[in-house]
Design a protein around this ligand. Sequence first.
Ligand code: DX5
Length: 216
Amino acid sequence: MPSTLSVDQSRLAEELADLERAGADVLQWDVMDGMYVPNLTVGWDVIADCRPHTSVPFEAHLMIEDPGRYVEDFARAGNERLIVHAEACMHLHRVIQQIRGAGLQAGVALNPATPIEAAQHVLEDIDTLLIMTVNPGFGGQSFIHTMLPKIRQAAAMIGERRLPVRIEVDGGISAETIASAYDAGARKFVAGTAVAKHPKGKAAAIAELRKVIEHA
Ligand code: DX5
């Protein structure tokens, strides 16, 4: 799924419509508060304003401190899933219950240095485990290959417990890295730069990524 982080922010509505035409199945909003990560992006009002401009489902990756404060706001904005960082929640299980209570799907994100055990006691309550393959805060970073064993470990934990949790990866996903992430067990892929900045355009970028994993 494309991240909105890397498109032209002065033309967000057009860019989202462009991503829909290019074949995006989900659009991920990278929400950053300048505290949890050293960058600042959009809030729920921007997401709400963009909602009518595309029919593609939205999910919000909340790279913010204490995300439980804003679950209702991001739910009202039109997201179908909220992904929160385990490291940013004093009471992760409660935040997940809040998200599900608001009628949304819940996901948990783990930074590269955070062990998957940080999410092991909430795997029954989420549908997505987001394993960061860069340190959060910026697009255009390089894929951290040492995350591959972590993805495998998460896939094994989920498989042993026969849970319907899908592993999502985010950061440095490109035609060069997506196959190794897929082989390790990832089944959802967030791509910002590889889609928004592809020389042949967004549709070619999405088609190329899909083709690589079809043959993985
Ligand atoms: C990092 C962001 C990025 C973004 C994708 O905080 O979460 O990973 O979604 O950026 P690229 O695909 O450019 O690495």
